[in-house]
Design a protein around this ligand. Structure first.
Ligand SMILES: Cc1cc2nc3c(=O)[nH]c(=O)nc-3n(C[C@H](O)[C@H](O)[C@H](O)COP(=O)(O)OP(=O)(O)OC[C@H]3O[C@@H](n4cnc5c(N)ncnc54)[C@H](O)[C@@H]3O)c2cc1C
Length: 411
């Protein structure tokens, strides 16, 4: 089978590996090269604990604050609000308790496969050195602030996520560099993280090449269904025929799905990072500041402070004051943090309102499949997404029920 994959981020590259393993002749297209988008600068967490969706009850009340606080953990660009409204409405709706429950079950079913699927991919590609398992620590100013999040931890615990509270001296011993303003933490000892998200995507891509996948640095301007398969269209009128096409263009996927008649509420959750090559203090493991919406991840390339959400669309230039505010906050958590040589970055998380990706055939066009919308969890779910696509395309009896992720759920 000849399969075209459009988008060489962490999702497209994993799709290429999984489909090549089934014997497909794979051609991977990206207009900018490997990992040009969100996969380049993420926080590197294999977050298989994240069974709770982003949308939660009470969201509506938060909107005014999101509009006013330009540099806060979650902000909305006022000018973008009219365009954002349809997505925001859906997102708020997904915060209803029964919908939260449904997404939680679906996410938990996916998360069970994250570790074994990544184990296999990293082992086959010889990239195990780029993942380490040192756990992840969620940090709170007070035991009271930690207790307020207990209901969430109980849900995660019920889905098999191991965690343990760490207080007072035990917290000091675990992370001596953390300011004494922080008195409580929750450690998930089993979690792992990537030491270099860009390097990981590049090495997996090199492995895919070595396995026979073809790479083309070319934009795909449209895809159409033909009687026997699909046709890719390139700027300047060139075309090429394939048996199947997989759209893995992250937050930019709508440019290809809209002309197909597929209506998917995809939005960019813009995120920022600052990577400090010589931070002078380094935590032993990734630290998450849940109220602040960012991680500090110790990587081979330095300390990456990354996360937060800005709803402002694909076109607006970065608002670097958001990255600077995150760095300022991080300096309060890790006193003595050195910013020499700091590099700032902004990327687009491809987000759907129910926190689930869209993986599967475009309704009515079975040879064109989607693999986007992984939001905050694209690195986490990439290997599992590759497996789901392979099961779909090669009609392998599925080990994971793909129904909650099908793009047809938006019809
Ligand atoms: C600040 C931040 C922190 C994050 N932290 C984490 C984390 O800790 N853990 C986690 O699991 N996830 C995290 N994420 C999310 C994760 O990075 C994304 O979900 C994931 O990278 C999405 O991968 P992708 O391959 O779908 O998209 P992308 O990486 O964006 O790749 C899409 C590719 O498609 C190409 N493309 C687009 N249109 C076309 C076209 N028409 N023709 C050809 N090529 C095209 C682009 O050039 C791009 O290379 C984070 C994201 C951000 C922004």
């Amino acid at each position: 089978m000849r399969i075209a994959i459009i988008g060489a981020g962490i999702i497209g590259v994993n799709a290429a590996l999984a489909l090549r393993a089934q014997g497909a002749e794979v051609t991977l297209y990206d207009r900018e090269g490997v990992a040009a988008g969100a996969s380049r600068g993420n926080a590197g967490i294999f977050a298989d604990y994240a069974v709770l969706p982003e949308a939660r009850p009470g969201l509506r009340r938060e909107v005014p604050r999101m509009l006013l606080d330009r540099n806060g953990p979650l902000s909305i660009r006022l000018r973008y609000l009219p365009k954002l409204l349809p997505w925001l409405r859906e997102f708020i709706r997904e915060g209803q308790p029964e919908r939260v429950g449904r997404s939680t079950d679906a996410l938990a079913a996916l998360m069970k496969w994250v570790r074994p699927d990544w184990d296999r991919v990293l082992q086959e590609a010889g990239c195990e050195d780029l993942r380490v398992s040192r756990g992840v620590l969620h940090l709170y100013r007070s035991p009271r602030a930690m207790h307020a999040t207990l209901p969430d931890w109980q849900v995660m615990g019920a889905h098999g996520v191991p965690f343990e509270p760490v207080m007072g001296q035990a917290l000091r011993d675990l992370e001596p560099a953390v300011s004494r303003d922080y008195q409580a933490g929750v450690l998930m000892p089993a979690l792992s993280h990537a030491l270099d998200p860009l390097g990981l995507t590049e090495r997996l891509a090199a492995h895919a090449r070595a396995r026979g996948c073809e790479f083309r640095q070319t934009e795909v301007s449209a895809i159409s269904s033909t009687e026997t398969g699909v046709c890719l269209h390139f700027p300047g009128a060139g075309t090429r025929a394939f048996d199947r096409a997989v759209i893995a263009c992250g937050a930019q996927s709508l440019a290809l799905t809209r002309p197909l008649g597929l209506r998917v509420p995809l939005e960019s959750e813009r995120g920022y990072n600052v990577t400090l090559p010589e931070p002078s203090v380094m935590p032993g493991r990734p630290i998450c500041l849940p109220g602040q919406g960012y991680y500090m991840t110790p990587m081979a390339i330095g300390l990456r402070i990354g996360g937060r959400v800005e709803l402002g669309g694909l076109a607006a230039p970065p608002r670097w004051s958001r990255a600077d505010a995150m760095l300022r906050h991080a300096r309060g958590v890790l006193p003595g943090l050195e910013a020499k040589g700091a590099k700032r970055w902004m990327g687009h998380r491809p987000s759907l309102p129910d926190t689930l990706p869209a993986i599967g055939p475009v309704p009515g066009q079975p040879n064109i499949l989607t693999a986007f919308g992984h939001g905050h969890l694209g690195l986490t779910l990439a290997a599992t997404t590759g497996r789901i696509l392979a099961e779909m395309i090669y009609e392998i009896p599925p080990e994971i029920d793909p129904t909650p992720c099908l793009p047809s759920r938006f019809l």
